[in-house]
Design a protein around this ligand. Structure first.
Ligand SMILES: [Zn+2]
Length: 257
């Protein structure tokens, strides 16, 4: 299937050619970045398919620092609001472009920068605990990369130690780090699983995410009931008995204190 209108705008290195960053202002070329077939692009947005494990990034993603990113995003977001017809001199609106820019860079998309990756705290498995450890009901708050609206849900992460154990809160931190990116749920699941396998030096890792996509509930098909479940079972977790044990724990109501 050929995506008409995209091949000339998006070369294989994923770098945009219209130079939206280098003029810093104005709308030069913005119309040419729109795909010719909006309907097809909507379908791709709804398909939520992940093509690769790594988040697609420009090679020069960190050539400019966070302060400059905030300044540039502020400028561009002001333009978006202005095009929508909003009065940027209004007291309530005038601070929004900078607020959004700071939120993007410092908060909700801070996980794009590897400098913000948590340091894993590993310990020797002195207790010789050789069963699975399940950290369940970890809150997931990420953003759909197709619509830039929230995906909110829960992650359940499990591993069986190969000799090292990780500080419990680090499991939450890694879920949080990979969530702070524009994401598709499938890729988020795999990114968390692959990182934990690497750190813990074991294939015995499982990740399950159950989440609601606001792009499904608040627009498009407007289904407020459905949620999306993704999973990654590796090593022993790919074996039926181990998987069933994990699913049993996840299905139990959470303890309340
Ligand atoms: Zn979406």
């Amino acid at each position: 299937m050929k995506l008409s209108g995209t091949s000339s705008n998006i070369p294989s290195n994923g770098q945009a050619t219209n130079g939206s960053h280098n003029n810093g202002h104005g709308l030069n070329g913005y119309h040419t970045e729109l795909p010719d077939n909006d309907e097809l692009m909507d379908e791709i947005g709804d398909a939520h398919g992940a093509a690769a494990i790594d988040t697609p990034m420009r090679p020069d993603a960190f050539a400019i620092d966070d302060d400059l990113k905030i300044d540039l995003i502020e400028e561009h977001f002001r333009e978006i609001m202005s095009i929508l017809g909003l009065d940027l001199t209004d007291d309530s609106l005038k601070g929004s472009p900078r607020r959004v820019a700071k939120m993007y860079v410092n908060e909700i998309f801070s996980g794009l920068n590897p400098a913000n990756k948590p340091e894993p705290t590993l310990f020797d498995n002195k207790f010789r605990y050789n069963e699975m450890l399940v950290e369940k009901d970890i809150i997931v708050q990420t953003y759909c990369e197709h619509h830039f609206v929230p995906i909110i849900g829960k992650a359940h992460v499990a591993y069986i130690s190969s000799g090292k154990v990780i500080g419990l809160s680090k499991l939450n931190r890694f879920v949080e780090y990979f969530s702070k990116r524009p994401q598709v749920q499938e890729r988020l699941t795999v990114q968390i699983a692959e990182e934990l396998k690497r750190i813990l030096e074991t294939d015995d890792v499982a990740v399950i995410i159950d989440a609601k996509h606001l792009c499904v509930s608040t627009r498009g098909v407007r289904d407020i009931n459905s949620s999306t479940v993704t999973s990654s079972y590796s090593g022993k977790f790919a074996e039926e008995a181990t998987k069933q044990e994990l699913l049993h724990y996840v299905a139990q109501p959470s303890v309340t204190i």
